[in-house]
Design a protein around this ligand. Structure first.
Ligand code: ADP
Ligand code: ADP
Ligand code: MG
Length: 658
């Protein structure tokens, strides 16, 4: 085994790799950019090298700088993590040229699998089932239309060099094929510097199920079961689980064996993932192979009891895998929620800023349900626009799927994160949905379940009453500190609902009595200053994030975000008389929906536009977003030009009714 390792990555995955290396007694070397000077991975490593400016191309994507850091520190091996240079064959070759061990597959395997068109051809030759489609390049938009018609709509237009859900469009018609081709090509050119496009059949009601592989240099390749990653938005995974609620043992075995056949065909070693798209009849088709450690590998570790990074180290050091296919376990159920700095209330637009509070639930791998949280940030860390907006990967494991989901609900309720918009309320909402709990997933899940976007969660009547009771006991605890006398009855107002309670407290037991004599028992040890209230109300345990406001609390629970006012009844009586503040009318403006740059403006002042007509294109996070008119209107003024860099909500143009 090598004795020192440089991690050519940042964030949670750098921390994850360091953790296993440390356990195995390997000296760890981090690299960092300007923006990451104070990052967690830098502090965690035994040694750290500054490699350049904040933009990834000046640091984490610079082969030259990383090779120089290896030489400077005498690193014997390099782990590339995921993203950045992990699937770049030139990087692996440059590392090996210096006689340093690349912790990953052979250069030839990365090359063969890195390109979607090439890998699809190799897969087909190895007897792997592939998505029907055109295996060649597409010259122009007209050729795209011809080929799409031959395949039959709907089709998926893809960048051969694509990754991370970028450079990909669905088309249902000639017009969409034309537009999709142009957008994919342009996105592929700007994201991957390679604008080759191909087209395949779009599999309807698809599920994304992938097989984890591990191989060594002695021709052993094992499949470590599957992960289901169907809950996606914009073709990016959000929630993953292992095993898949959809697979039976026969399909699992067939997929596993085909994945192994493909790996053997390219002389694969190390960890890798073969992604499949599965239709509702359990027909499965090869999508692509990721020649690296996958973001969602923790769920596989939780059901197999293996450490994938350790197995990668063993394989890289030329050792034999310590287990056989028969010894691979599939035990219980694991779920991962990707916690992103993105605002679910604003169409999941990326959000940046400082984590003014970061307090994840405590990890526990001793007593089921297990909680694991892979992260690369700490309180005070800054989330910038330079890198991926993922903050943490929260995983739970339990003997059954439903127990793992329930553990996730509690863990999300306990996750304290302030300072940047984040998707925790959204994740909590999904965990609570009946369709998710029944495992009826497709990659269209989010689009189908949230057709008008996410606007928060409506709690059921009992849960609302429980939150009102918690607000009441918390107010009691606050008041009692100041005036330890028998308090007056209180009214709790949430939205337009009102509850009246009188309170009698005895240690951690609070008896709440409503005017009709109905009693409610709240048991809680909450004290003023605690940011989480753990309370049993009427026998039901709740974890509620609680924040004090003037005359009440902000309560966050299961994706709901509420203000509970706690007032004296006579004050509450006057509340309906307060004037209501109306939000300003913004319907006359086209606002920039995200921080980004205007690529194109398709209209001129004075134009009459129709519903659905393209107005402008904004590029943000390397995605081109088409902004369309929502109704017939006249363009009265254009406020920006192509190239303008806009903040969120800046006005792009003004409409006039016609
Ligand atoms: P996984 O398939 O492991 O879940 P994702 O597809 O979500 O991974 O991508 C993992 C990370 O790598 C993301 O940060 C993504 O933006 C990045 N990524 C994936 N492919 C590429 C690529 N070809 N170029 C640059 N970044 C990529
Ligand atoms: P990336 O390299 O960006 O991860 P993939 O080829 O793995 O690209 O596709 C990403 C996602 O897009 C898949 O998980 C799936 O949801 C969807 N997808 C890709 N190809 C198809 C297809 N032919 N039919 C249906 N969905 C597809
Ligand atoms: Mg993929």
């Amino acid at each position: 085994m090598f004795s020192s390792l440089l991690i050519a990555n940042r964030g949670e995955i750098a921390c994850r790799v360091i953790r296993t290396a440390r356990r195995m007694g390997i000296r760890t070397i981090a690299v960092y950019s300007d923006a990451d000077r104070d990052a967690v991975h830098v502090k965690l490593a035994d040694e750290a090298v500054h490699i350049g400016g904040s933009p990834a191309r000046d640091s984490y994507l610079s082969i030259e700088k990383i090779v120089a850091a290896c030489k400077q520190t005498g690193a014997e091996a390099v782990h590339p993590g995921y993203g950045f240079l992990s699937e770049n064959p030139a990087f692996a070759a440059a590392i090996e040229a210096e006689n340093i061990i690349f912790v990953g597959p052979p250069v030839k395997a990365i090359e063969a699998m890195g390109d979607k068109i090439t890998s699809k051809k190799i897969a087909a030759a190895a007897g792997v089932s592939t998505v029907p489609g055109h295996m060649g390049l597409i010259a122009d938009a007209e050729a795209a239309v011809t080929i799409s018609r031959q395949i039959g709509y709907p089709v998926m237009i893809k960048a051969s060099a694509g990754g991370g859900g970028k450079g990909m469009r669905i088309a249902h018609s000639d017009a969409e094929a034309r537009e999709g081709f142009e957008r994919s090509k342009s996105e592929a050119a700007s994201s991957f510097g390679d604008d080759r496009i191909f087209i395949e059949k779009f599999i309807t009601e698809p599920r994304h199920i992938e097989i984890q592989l591990i191989g060594d240099a002695h021709s052993n390749v094992l499949y470590l079961n599957e992960r289901e990653c169907s809950v996606q938005r914009r073709n990016q995974k959000v929630i993953e689980e292992a095993p898949s609620p959809f697979l039976d043992a026969a399909t699992r075995k067939a997929m596993g064996e085909q994945a192994v056949a493909l790996a053997k065909a390219v002389g694969y070693t190390s960890a890798g993932t073969v992604e499949f798209i599965v239709d509702k009849h359990r027909n499965f088709y090869f999508l692509e192979m990721n020649t690296r450690l996958q973001v969602e590998h923790p769920v596989t570790e939780l059901i197999t009891g293996l450490d994938l990074v350790e197995l990668m180290f063993l394989a890289a050091a030329g050792e034999k895998l310590p287990l056989t296919q028969e010894e691979v376990q599939l035990n219980g159920w694991a779920i991962e929620s990707r916690i992103y700095a993105e605002d679910p209330f604003r169409n999941f637009l990326p959000s940046t800023g400082r984590l003014t509070r970061y307090h994840p639930p405590a990890e526990n791998l001793v007593q089921p349900p297990f909680i694991r949280n892979d992260t690369g940030v700490a309180e005070g860390s800054e989330i910038t626009t330079y890198y991926d907006p993922m903050i943490a990967k929260l995983c739970t494991w339990a003997p059954t799927r439903i127990e793992a989901i329930e553990a996730m609900e509690d863990a999300l309720d306990e996750f304290e994160l302030e300072g940047v918009g984040n998707n925790i309320p959204f994740l909590a909402a999904v965990m609570g949905q009946q369709r998710f709990r029944e495992g009826r997933l497709t990659t269209g899940y989010i689009a189908e379940e949230f057709p008008n976007g996410f606007s928060g969660v409506e709690l059921d009547a009992d849960s609302l009453t429980h939150l009102a009771a918690i607000a009441c006991t918390s107010a009691f605890a606050l008041d009692h500190r100041l005036y330890p006398t028998t308090p007056e009855p209180r009214a709790v107002i949430i939205g337009d609902q009102r509850w009246d309670f009188s309170v009698r407290a005895d240690g951690i037991e609070y008896w709440l009595t409503a005017p009709d004599g109905k009693k409610l028992l709240v048991e809680t040890g909450w004290k003023p200053g605690n940011t989480i209230c753990i309370a049993r109300v009427d026998g039901h345990l709740h974890h509620v994030r609680i924040q004090r406001l003037t005359s009440g609390f902000r309560l966050r629970h299961r994706g709901a975000d509420l203000i509970a006012k706690v007032l004296l009844p006579r004050v509450a009586d006057l509340m309906p008389l307060m004037p209501v503040k109306l939000p300003p009318d913004l319907s006359k403006f086209l606002l920039c929906p995200m921080p980004g740059q205007i690529v194109r403006i398709d209209v001129a002042e004075g134009d009459i536009v129709e519903d659905g007509q393209t107005l402008a294109i904004v590029e943000a996070m390397k995605m081109e977003n088409v902004l369309k008119a929502e109704k017939r209107a006249k363009i009265s003024k254009i406020r920006v030009q192509p190239g303008s860099v806009l903040a969120v909500d800046e006005v792009i143009l003004e409409f006039e009714a016609v």
